[in-house]
Ligand binder design. Sequence first.
Ligand code: BG6
Length: 288
Amino acid sequence: SKGINGLDKVILRDPRGSSAEVYLYGAHVTSWKNEQAEELLFLSSKAIFKPPKPIRGGIPICFPQFSNLGPLDSHGFARNRFWTIDDSPPPFLTNTPSKAFVDLILKPSEDDIKIWPHRVALGSGGDLMMTSRIRNTNIDGKPFSFTFANHTYFSVSDISEVRVEGLETLDYLDNLQKRERFTEQGDALTFESEFDRIYLSTPTKIAILDHEKKRTIVLRKDGLPDAVVWNPWDKKAKAMSDFGDDEYKYMLCVEAAAIEKPITLKPGEEWKGRLELSTVPSSYCSGQ
Ligand code: BG6
C-alpha cells in the first residue's frame, strides 16, 4: 500500500492484534504495535518522508558503515535507498516460523555482485524479528568489509524514568568524548543528559524498563555483538531539523550493532545478523 508522500509500504498483521509497518524506502520499520495496539517505536512528528533524507525514528538500517567511521555518508546508504520485495528469498530465511513477514532485497545497482536480503517478521506474541544477510558474491577475489546497526528508536513514557539493563560493567566507546574507551561502573543505565555510547561485546539480551508504562522491551540479538545507546537530549534535539525540540523525552535508541570489529567477507562468504524484539509486563521482571 501507499504511505506518506506516496512511498510504498507493507503492513504486517498478526491475527492476535500486533502489527508492523515497513517502508520499502530504507527497508525501514516505521511502526510496531503489540497485541494491545500500543506503539512501541518512536517516530518523530517531524520525520521527513522524502528521499534522500532518511526517516527519523522507527528502525533504520545503518549499513555498510555505522556513523562517520569511514568514507561514506553517516550511517551508510541502506537507509536511504529503495529496496524491493524479494519474491525468491534465500532458503534459510523461509525457515522463520512466522506467517506475517516481508522479504526485501537491496541491489546497489543492476549489475552489482553484492546483494543484501533482509526479512522483517512478526512472531507469535507480537515479537518483531529482523534478519539481515550480507553476501559477498564477488568472484574476482575481493574481500568486503562493513559495520552494521539496526538503529532502533523505542518509544518511552519519560526518558528520566527509564532503565536499561544488560550493559553493566561493560566497556564502551563514548561518542561524546572522541570515542575514548571507558568501563561502565553503575548499575542499570539511567538518563539525565545527552548520551551516545557504543557498548562493546554485549550479552545477547538487553532490557529497557519503562516504569511508567509498566512495560519492558527485550532485545535479543545474534551476530551483533555491540550495542549503541543514544539520546540527543535538548541541545542536539533543537539542532536536528527533523526532530521535535521536546521529543527526546519520549524516545531512546538501543541499537544492535557490529561496529568495533568490522565484518570482513571473502568472496563466497556470508554474514547473518538477527534481532528479536519483544515486550513483557514489568511486574514479571526481577527487581521491578
Ligand atoms: C546514533 C549515533 O546511532 O545515531 C549518534 O550514535 C547519531 O551519534 C545518531 O547522532 C543519529 O544519526 P543521524 O545520522 O540519523 O542523525
